[in-house]
Write a protein that binds this ligand. Sequence first.
Ligand code: FAD
Length: 314
Amino acid sequence: MLFYDLVVIGGGVSGISSAIAAKKSGVEKVVILEKDSELGGMINQCIHSGFGRSLFNEDLTGPELAQRFADKAIALEIEYKLNTMALEIRKDMVITAVNSEDGIFEIKGKSIIFAAGCMENTKEAVDILGSKTAGIYTAGTAQRIVNTEGFLPGKQAVIIGSGNLGLMMARTMFVEGAKVMAVIEPGAEPKGKEDYVRECVEDFDIPMLLMHKLTKVHGDERVESITIAEVDSEGKRIEGTEKTIECDTILLAVDLIPDTTLLKEAGIAMAGGISTDVEGIFVCGNANHIHEGMDSIAEEARNAGIAAARLTGE
Ligand SMILES: Cc1cc2nc3c(=O)[nH]c(=O)nc-3n(C[C@H](O)[C@H](O)[C@H](O)COP(=O)(O)OP(=O)(O)OC[C@H]3O[C@@H](n4cnc5c(N)ncnc54)[C@H](O)[C@@H]3O)c2cc1C
């Protein structure tokens, strides 16, 4: 069993920021467990600029911002274990984790900060009719494939959902050479920011079909086309309005959901970022709720780190 003052699960912006705040507030032994091969979390795959203006007064890409946070943590001698997945949290503050070096091991923290980010809704969650054809991705997976791995997941794409991530992926697919057939949105207005709608969709003449929903996916081995239909103001399909769109790829940009699976499995109740039944467990970042921007994530994470430090000092 390993013992730490603070164990942070998740090495994204929120996990690193909380570890930094705790360390600066006097917590000595801090470790971050990160299942990926580098610190930084989701922003490592956000290769566009526009990050860091308020936090560092500089225009940085996502990976550059991630590196700034990682550098700060390293300078403060915060320990971290990469390629290490937390498998279980127990109410006695013991975490079971696994990596290829240590195998399965247990680690106990006087405090635990849970900063595991969020999940995306999948085809199953969105309840789309059609067989399990290839060519259906969540927008975040497609973002990783294009931005990090350097592949294009398809040549003719339809984006389902008009939130910021969906809008960004419409532009990304277009500039990387795919034909973006449409962005489909059941609401009467796009969900994402106005400037994203302009800069990611309108500027590239990508059709945005509001008050439409995907009703069926066609194709045996790979997506070949989809059927969409108009919906009324209550989101109900209007019969007789079906249209077919040819495409080989569908990107689901439907919803982000805080990933609190490990906390739920342990029966650990949380409210407002603090456990209501186990003293010393905190949650921050997108694992707590889906944030609009980095500033609020960094602030919430700082508060979690300071709260953990108060407890550890007692
Ligand atoms: C798919 C997606 C795309 C996005 N694209 C953009 C964008 O283009 N521009 C933008 O401004 N914002 C974007 N965002 C928002 C941005 O990523 C967040 O605002 C911010 O990075 C969230 O930080 P976080 O630390 O809360 O979560 P994350 O960055 O998700 O970090 C959570 C970390 O926890 C790790 N983890 C999870 N479970 C475990 C476990 N069991 N054990 C160990 N480690 C674990 C993960 O590997 C991850 O590194 C995107 C978010 C998502 C989900």
